[in-house]
Design a protein around this ligand. Sequence first.
Ligand SMILES: NC(=O)c1ccc[n+]([C@@H]2O[C@H](COP(=O)([O-])OP(=O)(O)OC[C@H]3O[C@@H](n4cnc5c(N)ncnc54)[C@H](O)[C@@H]3O)[C@@H](O)[C@H]2O)c1
Length: 322
Amino acid sequence: MKKILVTGGAGFIGSNLAKHFVKNAEVLVIDIFRSTETFANGNLKSFGHFKNLLGFSGEIYCGDICDKETIKKICDFDPDVIFHEAAISDTTVAEQNELLQVNLNSFDELLKISRELQAKLIYASSGAVYGSAPAPQKVDNGESPRNIYGFSKLMMDYKARQFDRKNHTKTIGLRYFNVYGGGEYFKNTTASMVLGFGLQILSGKAPRLFHGSNEIFRDFVYIKDVIAANEAAMQAEDVGGVFNVGTGKARSFQDIADILQGLLGTDYGNDYIPNPFAGQYQFFTQADIASTVEELEYKPQWSLEDGIADYLPEIKAIAEGK
Ligand SMILES: NC(=O)c1ccc[n+]([C@@H]2O[C@H](COP(=O)([O-])OP(=O)(O)OC[C@H]3O[C@@H](n4cnc5c(N)ncnc54)[C@H](O)[C@@H]3O)[C@@H](O)[C@H]2O)c1
């Protein structure tokens, strides 16, 4: 049986990975879990929640990825594959020092031990590295992050590349675009628009969209495609590098609201509000996935319409307080 480590395994993507892989592997989840501590923006410092791991039958270790003890725990476990999802995932955090310590500094040690343990390292990068680079965004083509979060992920990509060059290793970085789907509820206000709008509509209100939402485009990728991309990365032999994970299609915020109202049979109109993040916001993202398709054999299966329809029962359950 393969041994798989998932860092950030109590979070949205990590918990989905952990529950997926535990069916056929020995899985260790590492996560700092949530406390009541918040950043200056009012959001929690970490979003990990035990409820994301209900039904998970592997091992859980509560620890900080920056701590030596946590690293020792990983070494003792001796994984074959590491999915590194732990991070401050909030794109609106202003504390540059803390964010870089968690997202970037901790990565040194993970790279080092993955080589020592001969474990395959697959880590979460982000479409946020591109900032306002022209769409479709392509790896090594005009990356210019607009916030410290995107910067931390770009620096992880550079670090991994340098490390691989020096050590003849093959690390895989996956630049997820905008992920939505089951398990994101505990990201609170940083969860996707799909959940946010869905809950607003289900409470009988018009969805609250930023002004100009028919002109804000993102590549929204369903969690099941993200799991498939990680699976593909694990299977890929002798491949290293950085790859985009999206659908290759740009859809507007307005599309999401309209799809939801169509599926729910409502006609509440829209409640437009100013965009408070305009200066650090991405207005058009669309992943160029050619290299991901070719080298990882990843093929996105979920259109925005199908992904939202598949996710809707969970959104309804959340709205009903289940
Ligand atoms: N969800 C998206 O749309 C998206 C897009 C691009 C990239 N990503 C990246 O994917 C990864 C997973 O994102 P997510 O959406 O599941 O976010 P998330 O916040 O739900 O998951 C991150 C997890 O890391 C944990 N964590 C934070 N600091 C830690 C520390 N110091 N030590 C150990 N654990 C710590 C948190 O408790 C949380 O459970 C992150 O690296 C994120 O940056 C996500």
